[in-house]
Design a protein around this ligand. Structure first.
Ligand SMILES: Nc1ncnc2c1ncn2[C@@H]1O[C@H](COP(=O)(O)OP(=O)(O)OP(=O)(O)O)[C@@H](O)[C@H]1O
Length: 341
């Protein structure tokens, strides 16, 4: 088996603000192999986006990384052309520009975050390809057209000269995916990329991302609120709450043997097929305390399984069985909680 492309160890990202310290990411660890997809799921404010922005080197003051390593396998800085692990937390902003876009690409919910409305798609794609791959303008245009074809833009050789507003929302997201993949990155991070699209287009984009991932052997991290999307795209799932990992396991284990009370409650909140909404119903209770949180399980105030032990000490992320990690003193080991819904 190939080496992991990403090893995240005990990663912490804090924000010092006037009221105290926001512990947005509080000791996250995981590994990711080439061609593997990690689905990151959790309610608003659980630390999903800050984790990914930290990996992308996008944390600005008052944010900082007090602890942890992000080891990324790359040949970008190697002297002998061999791939080596580089700790991304140690890179200077200048060094990071050689990683971001070229080796790690990111796709956001709103394609217009990544597209400039003032330039044609050709201008934007060709510039990215020339910058990262050191090829001529003609060659870059050829590659850009080929990629647009791959992501399903009809008449790509002509449409490449159109402006972003001349495309539909789904097409714009396809273009962003094409730009993201144009440098054949080892890692693609997608933050809710299909949330703004209607369900049919969403399914097509997910299918497209899976196909391209296989073709390019790209590792992928996919952030979402939507567990049905996780089921569709992820090999492995990380459930986050209050800046902590609550549970990490392969996708089948998460759906068949959810072990953390929070994962169980999330699964019980999936709306039925005939329901209109396709996002999670909120779980009753208050959102987690991120500002100077006590050193206890963040889910404690909302947890129906909480015991005295939970009020005394925070559980570690324990490996219950190979590849199945849970942070809980009272894991649900038999049936799902709360009955069927
Ligand atoms: N610049 C900042 N300054 C202070 N706190 C911040 C900053 N950025 C994020 N946070 C806090 O970090 C926590 C985690 O936020 P994050 O955006 O990662 O959540 P999320 O799980 O991605 O939520 P969503 O699904 O809504 O995007 C939140 O409490 C948020 O208020």
């Amino acid at each position: 088996m190939s080496e992991p492309v990403l090893i995240v160890e005990n990663l912490k990202t804090y924000f010092d603000i006037a009221e105290g310290t926001v512990k947005a990411v509080n000791g996250v660890s995981f590994t990711l192999n080439p061609n593997e997809s990690l689905g990151v799921v959790g309610e608003t404010g659980s630390g999903k986006s800050v984790t990914m922005k930290t990996i992308m080197g996008l944390i600005k003051k008052p944010g900082y990384i007090p602890e942890g390593r992000i080891l990324f396998l790359t040949d970008e800085f190697s002297k002998d052309g061999k791939k080596e692990y580089v700790d991304l937390t140690k890179l200077t902003p200048q060094q990071f520009t050689r990683i971001r876009g070229r080796h790690i690409a990111m796709i956001f919910q709103d394609p217009m975050t990544s597209l400039n409305p003032m330039y044609t798609v050709a201008d934007q794609m060709i510039e990215t390809i020339m910058y990262h791959q050191n090829v001529s303008e003609l060659e870059a245009r050829k590659r850009a057209v080929e990629l647009l074809r791959k992501v399903g833009i009809p008449n790509a050789d002509k449409r490449i000269d159109d402006y972003p507003f001349q495309f539909s929302g789904g097409q714009r997201q396809r273009i962003v995916i094409a730009i993201g993949l144009s440098c054949n990155p080892e890692l693609l991070i997608a933050d809710e990329p299909t949330t703004a699209l209607d369900v049919t287009i969403q399914a097509q984009i997910l299918e497209l991302m899976k196909d391209l991932q296989n073709e390019f052997n790209t590792a992928m991290i996919y952030i979402t609120h939507d567990l049905s999307v996780v089921a569709e795209i992820a090999d492995k799932v990380m459930v986050m709450y209050g800046g902590n990992q609550m549970e990490v396991a392969d996708v089948n284990t998460i759906f068949e043997k959810p072990t953390h009370p929070y994962t169980n409650m999330l699964l019980n909140c999936i709306p039925r097929h005939d329901a209109k909404k396709d996002e999670l119903e909120p779980i009753p209770g208050q959102p987690p305390i991120m500002l100077d949180p006590p050193d206890l399980c963040p889910f404690l105030p909302r947890c129906p399984m909480a015991t005295e032990k939970c009020r005394k000490a925070k559980p570690d992320l324990n490996e219950l069985e190979p590849g199945h990690f849970v942070r809980c003193w009272n894991p649900v080991l038999d049936a799902k909680m709360g009955g069927d819904k």
